[in-house]
Design a protein around this ligand. Structure first.
Ligand code: ADP
Ligand code: MG
Length: 426
């Protein structure tokens, strides 16, 4: 996959209508609908300001949540969730859609920009078309939730064409959605010249370089709950890294695959062979594979997750039958931190333990600290890993924290991302 893509800096947008795909999929208060974090809107501002400053007329669009644009399908889904079909009226469906309007985002965006944001009450309907036609250079509008259109998630060419008909240039800046081939993230580029916005450009520059042309030694730190979530990531990074570190819940499957006793720790028995294959692959490729040597164990999983816990530290291969490993132990922390400190590039995906509990967050913190203190290029990809680093207050010490959970995972898997593939090559 080619990551060397044109950006907004490479195209003339003065006086042009620009369709800008943003990630305005903001968290909302369930009861009131109020935006609980405007981080994603704030993150979009540099690209928007640049385009407006160049004299572009910006037609922004985004999805929000998972509305069901077909009444029949909505009824089916709700019934599967155990709702009584008799109570599933068309009115209730409409209400469920209204909850996911982008109108509050337009309002917040307007406050942040200090200028009006015209809001269209449809995506490609008469309101959107009229407002887009009237929009002048230096002005901005926001379309309604793209997923209100049935064709969006199906990447329907008809919808893509309608979207494109309002603009002359397409700017892809929703990194969190580039792994999806939807009409507004990919399909639309068949009808318009496509470039990346500044957010996507940064993701490509930092992550793309780390993966394709890293300063070495290149260390990949992998963790998280399940091997099965990370199969393709482990496999791909064994092709690229000098050292692969495996911690978190998935390390116990590797420990068991090597003949260890892992007690009640997380384990995927159907992945034991895979773990052995990866150990063999590392040997073949001359990649150093670092696995935990000790574990922080508990008897009962905390409920709530941040409740106090009693811990015991044991060798990873000798976890008592009634115990569960929930973090890497002190010797492993040192082993992993030393490898991180000796590296020039670190890519990290997946916490080292159950970091949601303060007592079980030490391993994740140790790795995060080693990264924060090193001069290496440090990249975090993955929703929970990013949350852990932010929670520990180390976010601004990293070179880059990817904004897309699912997208960064697919990036690390080496998959072609449809929303990136459609951007013109530089
Ligand atoms: P990311 O979102 O960064 O890709 P994952 O979603 O794969 O990360 O994994 C994060 C989850 O893994 C966290 O909720 C964490 O509690 C859990 N986890 C990490 N280590 C363990 C462990 N030893 N046992 C159980 N769960 C674990
Ligand atoms: Mg996660």
């Amino acid at each position: 996959m080619n990551y060397n893509k044109k950006t907004v800096y490479d195209i003339d947008v003065a006086g042009k209508k620009v369709l800008l795909r943003c990630d305005f999929n903001v968290p909302q208060d369930k009861a009131t609908g109020a935006i609980t974090s405007d981080k994603r809107i704030v993150a979009a501002l540099p690209t928007i300001r640049y385009l407006l400053g160049q004299g572009a007329a910006v037609i922004a669009c985004s999805h929000l949540g998972k509305p069901e644009p077909s009444f029949e399908k909505w009824v089916k889904k709700q019934t599967e969730k155990g709702k009584d079909p008799a109570e599933l009226t068309e009115e209730k469906w409409q209400k469920s859609l209204k909850k996911l309007t982008l109108a509050p985002v337009a309002e917040r965006l307007s406050e942040l920009l200090g200028k009006p944001v015209v809001f269209a009450h449809d995506v490609v309907g008469p309101d959107a078309k009229a407002k887009a036609a009237a929009l002048k250079g230096g002005e901005i509008m926001l379309l309604e939730n793209t997923r209100f259109e049935k064709g969006e998630t199906k990447n329907d060419p008809a919808l893509a064409k309608e979207l494109a008909s309002m603009a002359e240039v397409y700017v892809s800046d929703a990194f969190g959605s580039v792994h999806r081939a939807h009409a507004s993230t990919a399909g639309v580029a068949a009808y318009l010249p496509a470039v990346s916005g500044l957010l996507v450009a940064k993701e490509l520059e930092v992550m793309g370089k780390a993966l394709d042309d890293p300063k070495r030694p290149f260390v990949a730190v992998l963790g998280g709950a399940k091997v099965s979530d990370k199969i393709a990531v482990i496999n791909n990074l064994l092709e690229k890294a000098d050292t692969v570190i495996i911690g978190g819940g998935m390390a116990y499957t590797f420990a068991k695959a090597q003949g260890g006793s892992i007690g009640k720790s997380l384990c995927e028995d159907d992945k034991l062979d895979y773990a052995r294959q990866m150990i063999a692959k590392a040997q073949e490729k001359g990649v150093k594979l670092l696995l935990p040597v000790d574990a922080v164990c508990i008897k009962d999983f905390p409920d709530p997750i941040d409740a106090p816990v009693d811990v015991t530290i044991v060798p990873i291969s000798a976890i008592p039958a009634d115990m569960e490993g929930c973090d890497i132990g002190p010797e492993t922390m040192k082993l992993f931190a030393d490898a991180v400190k000796a590296s020039k590039t670190v890519v990290w995906n997946g916490p080292m333990g159950v970091f949601e509990n303060p007592t079980l967050a030490a391993g994740t913190l140790a790795v995060a600290k080693a990264m924060a203190e090193s001069d290496a290029t440090t990249v975090i990809g993955g929703g929970d890993s990013a949350a852990a680093v932010q929670q520990m207050g180390l976010g601004d010490k990293m070179t880059h924290i990817s904004t897309g959970g699912g997208a960064s995972l697919e990036y690390l898997e080496g998959k072609e991302l449809p929303g990136i593939a459609v951007i013109q090559n530089a």
